[in-house]
Every structure is written in C-alpha cells, then in structure tokens.
Design a binder for this molecule. Structure first.
Ligand code: PLP
Length: 399
C-alpha cells in the first residue's frame, strides 16, 4: 500500500491555511504506484522535477494579483500542458484556460475544462470542424487576425447553425502575428460580419518584453501593451463593434499590464514554473522557479569540464533571454551548461568548483515551457520527497 498517498496529504491539507485563492494539492491525483520511488535520490535521471510548494505559491500569487487588479485570469496552459496543473489554476480562481492549438484544446476539454480560448490565429476548415466537434462540451473561442483565416472557422460553424466566439489579435509591438492597431477596425468589421462568428474582443501578447534590456524596459512594454490594446478596443467600440474582452498577457509584463484601466483579462503562462530567463529579466527570484532538471554527472574529462546526462532533448536548446548565456544554470553553483548535444550537457566548471562522476545536480532551464513539452511526466516533489506525477498530457499536440 502507498501509505503516504492519501493520508499524508490529508494531514497536510488540514494544516494549510484556507483561502479562496489557495489551490489545493489534493486536487492533483497521485498516480504513483508502489514501485515508484519516494525520494529525489531514488529517481532515475534525467528527470523533470516540479517543486509543488513553489508551483502552488506561483499559482496563488498570480491569482491574487489578478483578483486585486479586478481582471479575469486565463492562464496559458501551453506552459505545462498538464490537466493536473490546470486544475490547480482553476481551483485558485482562473476563469478558464488559454491554449494555442486545437489538439491541446481536445486534451483539456476531454479532461473536463469547459472554457478554453485558443490565443493563436487558428486557420483551416479542418481546425474549424474539430472546434465544432468540441463546442458542445465547452465554451470555446479562437484568435483571428485576418478575414481569410476567420472564414475558415466561420464556414463549418455557420453550416452547423452554430456560432464560434473569436478574438482579434492586435500587435502592440512584438512584430509577430496580429493586426497593427491602424487596421484593427477594418479587419474586426470584416470578421464580425461573417455568419457563424461572434467577435468577443481583442487580445495581444507582448513577447518583445523578453528582449528588453532592463526591468524598466519590460515595464514600459507592459504599460504600452495595456494602453495600446485598450485604445484599439475603444476604436472598435466607436465603430459600433461590441467588445467584451480586452486580454493582455505574458509573464514578465502581466503584473503591470493587467492594471491598465480597461484591461479585462490576463493570460500569463510561464509564471507557474518560471525559469532562468525570468530570473534574468527580474520577473522573479531563483527561489520562485518550480521546474528543474535533475541530472547526473556522467563524465569529468578535465577539471574545467564536466558532462551531465541532460542535453538538448531534456533541456531544449532555447537560449537564455534577454541575453544569451549558456543552456542552464546549476542550482547552488556558479557553473552553468555551456554547450549541448542531444544527450550531453557540457558544464563549464566555474573557478573553485569541482564535480565528480555520479554526482547529482539540479539545473534551472532557460525556458520552462519548451522543457515541459519534452517530457511525458513531471515529478512533483515537496523538499526531497516525491509526491505525485504530473502528466504532460497535451505534449506534442501541435496540430
Ligand atoms: C498569445 C500568447 N498569450 C500568452 C502567452 C503567455 O506568455 P508567457 O509564457 O510569457 O507567460 C503566450 C506565450 O507565448 C502567447 O503566445
């Protein structure tokens, strides 16, 4: 019998101070079997490890922030792709989830999530048909930024006598997708006229915040993110288009952008885990990072070089942002991963540090969202005790 599975959690839950914003870990169903290891030291490496205490604190803090700002929190679940973590976010007060792909929506709606916004320009009648098939079970919305794209969603919904809510993506400076503010009225009008669609609002993502050179730079981008989107919403309303939702969101800009008057919704994703890039951007401290890679030193060919069993297939090759600097920071050490191949992480050993073969290290990755997508399961721990398995159920659902 797995004696700590139910009972110890129950005790812990009783000790936990109750608050409307506090997610309860008991909602995360443990799937560990008796043969599963109980301690971090028992885990085979490399392993993606989530500190549940930090995860819960991150979820709580952002939920409180959104509640205090008077906006709806719609976390972007592409970061974790895990219904267990989505349930924690929902329990903490999230209104619904954001996702990017229809395949992710299929997984989350299948797991019981009934309010999903695809914050992505969804294009293709096949996608429209799959959304239609989901629409009996959940309130759905999809991002659009062109008439052509919107038409592909409108057609299957119109043919079925149904309506899909859509949200116009506006580019507030990132330069990726989204209509420029000057074209927002024109495109919104065209989209709103399509039978089978209802325009719910506008949304944006200030991804350029990740490249800002200073915290002041991030904050300025956050302010503009909110103000430019609110201005776009005002111009649409003046043109007679009812706009319910004004949705901003990225982890570095969330705290400020959500406080801009007129913003109604915020969609941060990375905040559940944070990572080395968020630390470098000043969004959080190392202690706020929930996802690390547990790895083993497999070779020390020279005093200045050690090699761990985590390469690009475990850590991803995403660069550190805003300024490139290796592929992962070793916790409690000055050393970091300087080079990667698929299954090797080459550590540049910092002066005064030494590694031995067989030693275990914890690595803070550069970009937690892509790391989670490389793993089938994340090991939930509290201290060095393994508590649960978090399934990355929507992993690889890119269609
Ligand atoms: C459209 C959109 N919204 C929200 C997010 C969440 O941003 P972050 O991961 O910085 O929290 C992203 C991230 O890529 C995104 O693309």
């Amino acid at each position: 019998m797995n004696q700590w599975k139910g009972a110890s959690w129950a005790v812990e839950e009783k000790r936990r101070p109750q608050s409307s914003c506090k997610p309860t870990r008991a909602l995360v169903a443990s799937q560990l079997s008796v043969s599963d290891p109980l301690l971090l030291d028992d885990l085979s490496t490399p392993a993606a490890v989530v500190d549940l205490d930090v995860l819960e604190r991150n979820i709580s803090r952002m939920a409180t922030r959104a509640r205090d700002a008077g906006v709806k929190l719609r976390p972007h679940a592409k970061t974790h792709k895990s219904p267990e973590i989505g349930r924690l976010q929902r329990a903490a007060g999230a209104w619904g989830l954001s996702l990017a792909k229809v395949g992710e929506a299929e997984v989350f709606v299948g797991a019981g999530f009934d309010d999903v916004f695809l914050a992505y320009p969804v294009v293709g009648e096949d996608k429209g048909r799959r959304l239609l098939a989901l629409s009996d079970r959940a309130r759905l919305a999809a991002g659009v930024d062109s008439l052509e794209g919107a038409r592909t969603l409108a057609e299957p919904f119109h043919a079925a006598g149904r309506t899909l809510e859509v949200v116009l993506k506006v580019d507030v400076g990132y330069g990726r997708v989204g209509v420029l503010p000057g074209r927002a009225v024109e495109v919104a009008r065209q989209v709103a006229e399509l039978p089978g669609l209802r325009l719910r609002g506008v949304f944006t993502h200030a991804g350029h915040g990740y490249l800002a050179e200073s915290r002041a730079g991030v904050d300025e981008i956050a302010r503009l993110e909110g103000e430019r989107l609110v201005a776009a919403a005002a111009s649409l309303r003046e043109a007679g288009l009812p706009i319910d939702e004004v949705s901003v969101g990225s982890t570095p800009t969330a705290a400020l952008a959500m406080r801009v008057k007129g913003v109604t919704e915020c969609r941060p994703g990375n905040y559940v885990f944070h990572d080395a890039s968020q630390v470098a951007l000043g969004t959080c401290a190392v202690e706020d990072c929930a996802l690390t890679i547990l790895a083993t030193v497999v070779s020390v060919p020279a005093p200045e070089r050690a090699v761990v069993d985590a390469g690009s297939k475990t850590l991803s090759s995403d660069p550190l942002r805003p300024t490139p600097g290796g592929y992962g920071q070793l916790l409690g050490r000055a050393s970091r991963i300087e080079k990667l191949s698929e299954e090797h992480g080459v550590v540049a050993v910092a002066p005064g540090e030494a590694f031995r073969v067989g030693e275990r290290v914890r690595i803070l990755p550069n970009h937690a969202c892509v790391v989670a997508n490389l793993h089938d399961r994340l090991i939930g721990v509290s201290g060095d005790k393994v508590e649960t398995i978090l399934h990355v159920a929507a992993r690889g659902r890119v269609r």
